[in-house]
Design a binder for this molecule. Structure first.
Ligand code: SF4
Length: 345
């Protein structure tokens, strides 16, 4: 038996084109994703569906395809125009009128309440290039100005977040407000091969410094550490050291998880860009989305030591030591090349 996906009430509407990117207005619906829908322990908002940064390891691609398939004939046409991995990067859906939708939701039960956590950018980057044109994330932050006692985290790779420092400072007056900047390597050339359209590591480090200098709580997500590619001790040491020099307060790290949505893109990239690693990846991740336990433990211990040495608080992935409470898996990226540690393989 086959099941048809429910068609969304409002079809996709083309907005504009920018080089090889096409933007469409996303179908309407709730702006806040509740914990009950995502099975994460926090509310979330993703201003865009799809992400032009195009990281090889991204796991959010399936959400984009699912949205397109539900969006009537235009969605089907968009989905059919490119391979799914490329449609995710080049056909970005924009959540219009987000500020008004946030304000409306805040007057109802479909929004976070004092004591809740809210993640902006849990699936796609809220400061990807679309933000310069559409300003959806800024609209959301402005509308959130009335909330109190939330724990708000923004996850991004883009220094564009510094544009909104005044809004972040205002939110921090009545909430816990933090920015988590994703950074898996400080090697410019390596980053280009894995995150081809994302801001350079150096631009991100400058952004982190600006956030820290402005008093905004800022942390780094070294996620995912990519076995054999970014996990060499000297790579990790350089990264932690440079992060510490920015004034960031903490760093979280974890090894690559390779679920179905990410393995369809990531493994072909490995075969093409890092062919010597292909068979090791295929055997390591054949039966599991996770690297071996010994690898993950070794990685965690190595990062803990590096953070201690550089005066950074280490956020254990999935568990915050300071707050003594479980945090959920909210990060997309991490990487470690442990040939020397002999943990991978
Ligand atoms: S990992 Fe993050 S920044 Fe990279 S493509 Fe996915 S959503 Fe965008």
């Amino acid at each position: 038996m086959t099941y048809a996906l429910p068609v969304l009430p409002v079809p996709l509407r083309p907005l504009t084109t920018q080089a090889d990117l096409q933007y469409h207005a996303a179908p309407g619906g709730g702006i806040f994703n509740p914990p009950s829908a995502t099975h994460m322990g926090f509310w979330s908002i993703n201003p865009y569906v799809g992400c032009a940064f195009g990281c090889a390891y991204c796991y959010a691609r399936d959400t984009h395809r699912y949205t397109l398939e539900r969006a009537g004939p235009i969605g089907e046409a968009v989905a059919a125009s490119l391979p799914p991995w490329q449609a995710f990067e080049r056909r970005v859906l924009v959540k219009e009128h987000a500020g008004a939708r946030v304000r409306e939701a805040l007057r109802s039960s479909r929004s976070p309440k004092p004591g809740d956590s809210l993640v902006i950018g849990s699936a796609t980057d809220p400061y990807q290039p679309a933000e310069r044109r559409f300003g959806v994330t800024r609209d959301v932050l402005q509308a959130l100005g009335v909330v109190r006692e939330l724990s708000i985290v923004i996850i991004t790779k883009s220094p564009l977040v510094t544009r909104d420092i005044p809004l972040l400072q205002r939110l921090a007056e009545h909430n816990r407000m933090a920015v988590h900047v994703s950074l898996i390597t400080v090697d410019h050339e390596l980053a280009r091969r894995i995150e081809p359209r994302a801001p350079t590591p150096q631009a991100r480090l400058r952004g982190i410094r600006r956030l820290a200098e402005s008093g905004v709580e800022v942390s780094v997500n070294c996620m995912p550490i990519l076995p054999g590619i970014t996990d060499a001790p000297e790579q990790l040491s350089a990264l932690v050291q440079q992060v510490a020099e920015t004034g960031a307060q903490s760093l979280g790290a974890c090894a690559l998880r390779l679920r179905a949505a990410s393995r369809r893109r990531y493994l072909p990239v490995i075969r093409e860009q890092f062919p010597a690693l292909a068979s090791r990846y295929e055997s390591t991740y054949r039966d599991s989305a996770y690297a071996r336990e010994s690898y993950r433990t070794g990685l965690r211990d190595a990062m803990q030591k590096l953070c201690d040495r550089n005066g950074l608080r280490f956020r254990v992935y999935g568990y915050d030591e300071n707050e003594r409470e479980e945090i959920q898996e909210i990060n997309t990226e991490l990487h470690i090349s442990t040939n020397q540690l002999n943990l991978f393989g």
